[in-house]
Every structure is written in structure tokens, then in C-alpha cells.
Design a protein around this ligand. Structure first.
Ligand code: XIL
Length: 430
């Protein structure tokens, strides 16, 4: 009977994935969640986290009040715990958030003028340096625009230091961690017709025109209480993308978790090549900052809700990764290598049901370029300690040294092929 079972041909999409992260990876995207450090001891919570998600955002632990409670005294314990939990399991990390009017420590709330500007820039530099190489995307600035019809900046102590505070924060973040993608993140920027959406769009356009370092825009997408999923959401995503930035859905939750709205959000993201992934703002309804609205994909007992099935089905029935989109990070302008040979040795790392880690150590060169090929439908979902670019198929990764040493690593989603393993094509110095 067992031998018979092996011969059964599954109907439908043979590669349909059974978890959110694996399914999103098949589309060249991630599916993530906000994580609270104090829940990492709850095994019901971590079971779902580790099974379903391949991206993590700290819900509160990387905010200014958490990281610098006293001026000059940094407190990284809880944030490091989340980063370690995520990265040791091949999940990418979104840093949230370097500069924000809210959740400031008391000492910062009381500051103004040049003193505050310098304290903000120092915070950006210190924190981005501490996490350098571990963060795929930083929310550099969060929620800097007003709600309503004005399209103006939000009044805050940071805004009162001068209109250029946002670009100053982006420049400081780029200098401290050149390999992190830098995002502007906000809420009520989902409806393309809203003044706030238009204002953020114009700021991003201006930054791109003037060479201010910005790589992405995050739409929080809290469709809950007063602000609903808008039918022009896809237009908003594609309009930002057309400016030459990636788009991320960063804090998704929807009041009462209607299946239609969740499905629409997924389909909208899949329709826009530069929509890189979706993060829900918590795992179970009981973990939500708005738990009374039951806005998430799992109920308080950790069971999948109908919205979960709607999301997974939408991910599984979506079209494949857009071949023009290099996953997941990279610097396409890096010039080709010039030098001679080196040796790259591959070591298998930890593996899980749907993914495995690999590390590669280079000898014979201190700056190097290693080409690694993987076998489709497997897909690399995360990398560290190197600077990757990708060919059009997404199956060949060119990894360049980023100054962090001679070993880099990456996570491969098996996507149904559990036997294939990466192959090293070449190692070139320089
Ligand atoms: C929320 C957290 O979920 C809560 O635990 C905390 O009390 C307040 O902040 N926009 C953001 C997030 O960018 O950081 C907020 O997170 C939700 C709104």
C-alpha cells in the first residue's frame, strides 16, 4: 500500500505550498508577521511562527524608546532575541523603526532644534550600525504625514527641526548600513485618491529625483476601524512601484478578517512585480494590538481562520515570480569581477520542513564573487553576509563580498523538491 501511495499523482497544482511563507516564496515574495519578544516563550505561538512565516518585524522592540531608553544607553536584548530567532530560521527581518514621532523615550520627547536633530541622527547611526548586515529593510521614517485633506507633514518635534529631517535620516541610515533597503512607512496611504497618499508619493518622487537614498515604501494597511480596503489599492501599489521603489505591505490587519479583503490584498500584491511581500501585524487574534476586532489569520487558539485559507489559496493560485524582478535584494549596478580564481566551499546548515540553510566559505581571495545555482522550483528566500544579484530566472545568484568576511549564507525554500542542493558555478577574486 505504501508503494502505491508513492505513485499517486496529486490533482491540480502539484507544487501548491501548504504554508504562507513557502507559498509566497514560490511567487518570489515573503509572508511575514510582527513578533513580540515576550511571546517567544509561548510554544503555541512559536509553532505557528516557525511553520508559516519567512519574515519578521519586531512589534515594539526596535522602536526608539525600546532601544535607547536613556540617552546614550542602548538596550538591544529583546530586539537581538527576535533577530536571532528569525535569522537562525532563515526568516528575513524588517527593522521598525529608526525615526518616528511616537514611542520616543522621555529624554527625546523633551528635546528640540539642533539637539534633537543630532540625537535623532545619532540614534539612526548607532542602531543601523548595531544591526548592520542583519536587516533586509529598515523603516527609516514612520508616519511623518498628517491624516485628512491637507497633504502636509505631521507636526512633531522631529518635523520642527526642519523639513529635511526625513532625508537626513535616510542618508544617515544608508551610511551606517549600505546593504539594507531603506523604506518610508505610513498608514492611510492605501487609497490612491487620498491627499496623504499623494503627498507621500510626491515626497518619494522628489527623493528619487534628487538622489536621496530611498529603496522602498511600506503601506501599513491597517484596514480596521474607520479605514477600509480601497478598491484602488492596486493602483496605489503600482504607482509607487513606477517611481522605481519596491513596495511592501508592512502591518496588515483587517477588522473581522473578511476573506474577500484579505484575498484582494494578496492578489493586488501579486499583480505588482515590485510588491515584495506582506507582513501581518501579529499571529493570533489574541496577539493583535486590536484584539477585540479579531483582525488576523489565526484565532486565539491558534487555529487557521477562513481568512488564512483565502490568503493561502490566493498565494498558491497566483502567477509565478515576475522574471524581471530580482529576488530578494541586490545591487544591479555592481560592476563585473576582474580578478583570478578562488575556492568556494559549501557547508550544509540547519534545515526545516520547507527550507534549509547553506553557508559558503571562500579561500584565496578577500574580495570575491561566487556564482551559485539552485534547482527550480527551489528558491533562495534570504541571504546574509554578502551582496547578491540574480539572473532573470531567479535561479542563479551572484554573491559578492560585502566586507563582512569570507563566509556568506543563504536560505533555500524547497517548494516541493526536497532533494536538490545548490551548486557552486564559479569563484572569482575581486
Ligand atoms: C503598535 C503595536 O502593535 C502596539 O503594541 C503598541 O502599543 C503601539 O504600536 N503603526 C506602526 C506600529 O507603525 O509600530 C504600531 O504598532 C501600529 C501602528
Amino acid at each position: 500500500m505504501l508503494a502505491m501511495a508513492g505513485a499517486v499523482v496529486l490533482p491540480g497544482n502539484a507544487s501548491a505550498a501548504s504554508t504562507l511563507g513557502a507559498s509566497a516564496a514560490e511567487r518570489g515574495r515573503y509572508f511575514g508577521t510582527a513578533v513580540a519578544a515576550n511571546r517567544l516563550n509561548d510554544s503555541a505561538y512559536t509553532t505557528i511562527l516557525n511553520r508559516e512565516f519567512n519574515q519578521v518585524t519586531a512589534e515594539n522592540e526596535m522602536k526608539i524608546d525600546a532601544l535607547q531608553p536613556q540617552q546614550g544607553q542602548f538596550s538591544y536584548g529583546n530586539a537581538d532575541r527576535i533577530v536571532q530567532h528569525a535569522r537562525s530560521r532563515g526568516m528575513q527581518v524588517r527593522g521598525h523603526t529608526l525615526a518616528w514621532h511616537s514611542q520616543q523615550p522621555g529624554w527625546m520627547q523633551n528635546m528640540s532644534g539642533t539637539t534633537l536633530r543630532n540625537a535623532m541622527l545619532n540614534h539612526v547611526t548607532q542602531v543601523a550600525t548595531h544591526f548592520r548586515g542583519q536587516i533586509a529593510w529598515w523603516d527609516v521614517v514612520n508616519e511623518a504625514f498628517q491624516d485628512g485633506s491637507s497633504g502636509a507633514r505631521r507636526d512633531s518635534n522631529l518635523q520642527r527641526t526642519g523639513n529635511d529631517w526625513i532625508e537626513a535620516a535616510f542618508r544617515a541610515a544608508r551610511a551606517a548600513d549600505p546593504n539594507a533597503q531603506l523604506c518610508y512607512n505610513d498608514y492611510n496611504t492605501d487609497n490612491w485618491n487620498d491627499a496623504k497618499t499623494q503627498a507621500v508619493y510626491r515626497m518619494v518622487q522628489d527623493f528619487k529625483n534628487r538622489g536621496v537614498p530611498i529603496d522602498c515604501v511600506g503601506l501599513q494597511s491597517h484596514f480596521t476601524g474607520g479605514s477600509n480596503y480601497p478598491s484602488n489599492y492596486r493602483t496605489t501599489l503600482s504607482s509607487f512601484a513606477a517611481l522605481g521603489v519596491d513596495v511592501h505591505i508592512t502591518e496588515l490587519d483587517i477588522r473581522n478578517a473578511p476573506t474577500d479583503a484579505y484575498r484582494n490584498v494578496v492578489n493586488d500584491c501579486l499583480a505588482v512585480a515590485r510588491c515584495k511581500g506582506i507582513t501581518v501585524w501579529g499571529i493570533r487574534d489574541s496577539d493583535s494590538w486590536r484584539s477585540s476586532e479579531n483582525p488576523l489569520l489565526f484565532n486565539g487558539s491558534g487555529q487557521k481562520k477562513p481568512a488564512y485559507d483565502a490568503v493561502l489559496t490566493a498565494l498558491n493560485s497566483g502567477t509565478g515570480p515576475n522574471p524581471t524582478t530580482p529576488p530578494p535584494t541586490g545591487n544591479p549596478t555592481t560592476p563585473p569581477p576582474t580578478g583570478g580564481q578562488c575556492t568556494a566551499t559549501m557547508t550544509p546548515g540547519q534545515s526545516w520542513g520547507d527550507r534549509y540553510n547553506t553557508s559558503v566559505t571562500v579561500s584565496g581571495a578577500s574580495t570575491w564573487t561566487v556564482v551559485v545555482a539552485i534547482t527550480s522550483p527551489q528558491k533562495i528566500s534570504a541571504t546574509w553576509s554578502g551582496s547578491p544579484t540574480w539572473d532573470a530566472s531567479g535561479n542563479v545568484m551572484t554573491m559578492r563580498s560585502d566586507g563582512s568576511g569570507n563566509t556568506f549564507g543563504f536560505t533555500t525554500m524547497t517548494n516541493g523538491n526536497s532533494t536538490a542542493r545548490p551548486q557552486i558555478r564559479s569563484c572569482t577574486s575581486g
